[in-house]
Design a protein around this ligand. Structure first.
Ligand SMILES: [Zn+2]
Length: 186
């Protein structure tokens, strides 16, 4: 989906440096984003679209100086609950850690990056939806396992075997069975 100009004021409706619309917009917002290649503050947005089920805005940008192109992502900053660890300590939720854990579990598995991103978004949405200021780490772990189980069964088993210290194999099998029933009921 392409955004409307009023939602995305940096999106020029024509290309070229003579675009008066773009000039007006840039006067309004000040200098543009700095180019990561040559550090010149002369980049423009050439395309904007929604990504990750509409939770992100993905913008393609081009540097007016070196002509390199790069992508930026814009996401809403939400206040997520703190995580209550098993020892009772509280930790700030670390999205990077969540993502890298999921990527580790999904290593060499046939799962698209955007599907992983969508799963991360769903987990965060669920966390926000609790409305709580803090939540047990175990609950978050269960959500992650559910998402992994939907994405790839091998990744789920990998994650679960590391994440949980299972008492015995039957407990482990029980968990997998429960999650499979959950999936079938969806
Ligand atoms: Zn540049």
């Amino acid at each position: 989906m392409v955004l409307e100009p009023e939602q995305d004021i940096l999106r020029p409706h024509t290309t070229g440096s003579n675009c008066s619309y773009l000039k007006r917009v840039l006067e309004k917002v000040g200098k543009s984003m700095r180019c990561p290649f040559c550090s010149i503050q002369d980049t423009r947005v050439i395309d904007s679209r929604l990504a990750s089920e509409g939770d992100q805005v993905r913008r393609r940008r081009e540097c007016g100086s070196c002509k390199e192109r790069f992508t930026t992502y814009e996401i809403a900053e939400l206040t997520l609950p703190k995580i209550i660890k098993r020892d009772g300590s509280r930790q700030t939720f670390d999205e990077k850690k969540l993502r890298s854990g999921m990527h580790r579990a999904l290593e060499k598995r046939p799962v698209k990056s955007e599907d992983i991103e969508a799963a991360v978004s769903r987990i965060k949405k669920q966390m926000t939806a609790t409305g709580d200021r803090e939540m047990p780490a175990g609950e978050l772990g269960e959500w992650v396992m559910k998402e992994l189980n939907l994405l790839d069964h091998v990744a789920f088993v990998r994650f679960a075997s590391v994440y949980r210290s299972f008492q015995d194999v039957s407990e482990f099998t029980e968990t997998i069975k429960n999650l499979q029933q959950d999936n079938e009921s969806i």
